[in-house]
Every structure is written in structure tokens, then in C-alpha cells.
Design a protein around this ligand. Structure first.
Ligand SMILES: C[S@@+](CC[C@H](N)C(=O)[O-])C[C@H]1O[C@@H](n2cnc3c(N)ncnc32)[C@H](O)[C@@H]1O
Length: 314
């Protein structure tokens, strides 16, 4: 069994508090929990519970109505089940589901998912808003085909009152749509440290401090574009699946310095076991509102490693 680089493990244990170290170490080797999202565009949570029980599976409730956990040993059975193959259920980590819940889209709004492929969160946003306009943007042409497939399978592309548009291009271009949208999700491309796992050595291939720096610079441009594109009074959620403070608190810190009319808000839901943002990293202190309002989801039995911050303009 090959572990991720020792340098990275030591750094991660500097970033995470001591009480999270055992869960973090276990998360590198143990199977990930299997979470499903009920696709409420197609089926109610009650119907999903009934169908899973009828199939002989053992569902357990999650923190919100559309999140359901099944035992790891039943993962393959669930993925092969008609409900999953036909898009009534969707396998999606709880951390990924949390991002759309934190954006909290409302019916009738104009929303952008700036980095949308393969479409897990865009599908969730579509279901939560029910009506309105959602632009699902992705820079990679290949990945935007996958995005279209997923949104089609979830039934998000042909729903009356819901206009879901797929766009292929650099999300930074959205800075040209000034003050245009109610909410923007920036689920940023990142170094992916929150998902490193021994069964997937490719997950940490190419990891380096240099890569982290490169990601931070792209993330900064994407977050600034989102803040330009959101209306005064609108909300931007910034999410990554990495532990690296340079890509998380560091990116938020630069955005707050650049946009004096933007402030961080508390997340609209409690995320069990989540941690506050770091107060400092490598001698650089972060604003107290970052520590107070941004949340880190530590990799462990519940969460994939994740970072979430909710910013309000004006
Ligand atoms: C973390 S993944 C998004 C996952 C997606 N939100 C979901 O829930 O399924 C980041 C995505 O951003 C895309 N990306 C990278 N750079 C981008 C850019 N400049 N503009 C838009 N998308 C970008 C990547 O190709 C990748 O698909």
C-alpha cells in the first residue's frame, strides 16, 4: 500500500487540529462513506426511502432531507439499482451536497455554477431552486459533455419553469456580466487534498507547493469574477475540496481586501464536526471574520475534506 507523500501528511497534520488526526489518517485508507442524494426533481425523499427498503438496503438519514447514507458494503448494490441508473438517486458525498445547501438557491432566481462539471452540484442546485435560470459553466469541452449527460439524466434540462443552460468557457469571463446574478457558486478547481486515498494514488500525483500556488492564483481570478457578476445583495459561495490554507483562507483574504463591499456571512446551516477557518498560516494572520464564518470539513467518517465560505455583496 502506498501512502501520499510524508511531507504532505505532516503538513496536513499541521493544518488540522490534533483531535482530527486519527480521523484524517483513517480517511486515507478506509472506504469512503456512501452518500446518496435524492433527486427531488424526480422523486420525494419518502419515496426513495421506501424503494431502498424494498430493495433490501439499509438507508440511514443524513443532515438534510435529500441526503441518505447506505452501508459501504451496499455501495455496489445501490449504484446498480434502477433508481440510481435512471437518476432518481445520485451518489454524491455529503461535503459536495453541503455546498449547494450553503448557497441556498431560491425559486425563480438567476444562478451561475461557475465550475460545474461533472454536474453534481448543478443538479442539486436545479432541484433546490425548482424554477428560475441556472447557468452551468465549465471550461473543459470534454467535461461539459459529461455535465450535459448528468443534467439530462437528472431531468434538469426539460423541466417547465426551470431554464438550465450549459456554457463552455473560462469562468473568469463572467466578470463581464456585472451585477447580473442572484447567486454564484465557485466550486473551484483545486489541489484536491481532501480526497487523497490510498486506493487512488493518482489523487495525489503532481501534488506540490508549487501546484498549490498555481491553484490559488486561478481560484483568486474565479472568485473575483463571481464577485463582479453577483448583484448587490447577492451571495457567492466559495468551495474547495482541499485542506491547503493558501487555496482557502488565503483566497478569501485577498477577495475581502479587493472588494470592500463584500463581507463573509455565517453559513445558513450547522455542519456537524466542522472546524472554524484557520486564524493564521505561515505567519500570515487571517481576518477574524474568516475564522468565525468560513468552515472547514475535516476528512473523516462523515466528510470528505472540504472548505466553504459564503460571501455577500453590498
Ligand atoms: C471541483 S470541479 C467541479 C465539480 C462540480 N462543481 C460538481 O459538483 O460536479 C472543478 C471544475 O472546474 C473546471 N475548471 C477549471 N478551471 C476553470 C475555469 N477557469 N473556468 C471554469 N471551470 C474551470 C474543471 O475542469 C473542473 O471540472
Amino acid at each position: 500500500m502506498t501512502l501520499p507523500p510524508a511531507e504532505w501528511i505532516a503538513r496536513a497534520e499541521q493544518i488540522l487540529p490534533v483531535e482530527c488526526h486519527a480521523g484524517f489518517r483513517a480517511s486515507l485508507e478506509e472506504p469512503r462513506p456512501t452518500w446518496l442524494r435524492v433527486n427531488t426533481l424526480r422523486i420525494s425523499p419518502e419515496q426513495a426511502w421506501e424503494a431502498l427498503a424494498e430493495a433490501g438496503l439499509d438507508p440511514a438519514p443524513g443532515p438534510w432531507s435529500e441526503a441518505i447514507q447506505v452501508p459501504v458494503a451496499q455501495r455496489l448494490d445501490v449504484l446498480r439499482h434502477l433508481l440510481h441508473r435512471e437518476g432518481l438517486l445520485y451518489a454524491q458525498s455529503l461535503s459536495s451536497q453541503a455546498a449547494s445547501r450553503v448557497l441556498d438557491p431560491q425559486p425563480g432566481e438567476d444562478i451561475v455554477d461557475l465550475c460545474a462539471a461533472p454536474g453534481s452540484k448543478a443538479g442539486h442546485l436545479a432541484a433546490l431552486m425548482g424554477t428560475g435560470c441556472l447557468i452551468a459553466n465549465e471550461v473543459s469541452k470534454g467535461r461539459s459533455y459529461k455535465l450535459k449527460d448528468v443534467l439530462f439524466r437528472l431531468g434538469a434540462l426539460d423541466r417547465p419553469g426551470l431554464d438550465v443552460r450549459i456554457r463552455t468557457g473560462d469562468g473568469v469571463r463572467f466578470r463581464g456580466h456585472k451585477d447580473a446574478f442572484d447567486r454564484v457558486l465557485v466550486d473551484a478547481p483545486c489541489s484536491g487534498e481532501g480526497r487523497f486515498h490510498v486506493q487512488d494514488p493518482a489523487s495525489w500525483q503532481g501534488w506540490s507547493l508549487r501546484k498549490i500556488k498555481g491553484c490559488a492564483s486561478k481560484q483568486k481570478a474565479l472568485l473575483h469574477a463571481a464577485l463582479d457578476a453577483v448583484k448587490p445583495g447577492g451571495v457567492v459561495v466559495y468551495a474547495t475540496c482541499t485542506l491547503a490554507p493558501e487555496e482557502n483562507e488565503g483566497v478569501i483574504s485577498r477577495a475581502l481586501a479587493r472588494y470592500p463591499d463584500v463581507r463573509l456571512e455565517p453559513l445558513p446551516l450547522t455542519l456537524q464536526g466542522s472546524l472554524p477557518g484557520l486564524t493564521e498560516w505561515n505567519g500570515k494572520a487571517f481576518a477574524p471574520t474568516i475564522t468565525e464564518h468560513a468552515r472547514r470539513l475535516p476528512p473523516g467518517p462523515l466528510w470528505d475534506g472540504f472548505f466553504l465560505a459564503r460571501l455577500k455583496k453590498g
